[in-house]
Ligand binder design. Structure first.
Ligand SMILES: [Zn+2]
Length: 124
């Protein structure tokens, strides 16, 4: 259920509200349950780390893919893997934040006062 919510870029708390409202526009709070996505200042700094890890994994997979198909020289691996990572930037951009929010929600679930603020937020 949570995996499906991550793949469809949904809220880490209710697993239903959309995190993004446009290609580059993120909702500040969940349109379904009202939780504020940015729990504190600098909250999305860890999403940058998640993005690095995703980029690394994508580069390794691209390298394996190149090895299994065209077997290029060292420059070919570098250019091929770089091109794949570059083309994956929109994907990494969208998923890094959502993956980070889901990891954070699992490790540190919303406290009652945050959920109360979310209820107020939804009414407003
Ligand atoms: Zn929600």
């Amino acid at each position: 259920m949570r995996l499906k919510a991550i793949l469809t870029l949904k809220c880490p708390h209710c697993l239903q509200g959309k995190v993004y409202r446009g290609f580059f526009r993120m909702n500040s709070s969940c349109p379904h349950c009202g939780i504020v996505y940015e729990r504190e200042q600098g909250y999305f700094m860890m999403a940058v780390f998640v993005g690095y890890v995703m980029g690394f994994v994508i580069a390794v997979l691209a390298g394996i893919g190149l090895y299994l198909t065209v077997k290029p020289d060292a420059i070919g691996y570098l250019l091929g893997a770089s091109a794949v990572v570059f083309l994956s930037i929109p994907l990494i951009f969208h998923y890094a934040r959502v993956i980070w929010m889901h990891i954070d929600e699992l490790l540190d679930p919303r406290k009652p006062e945050e959920l109360e603020a979310a209820r107020e937020n939804r009414k407003a």
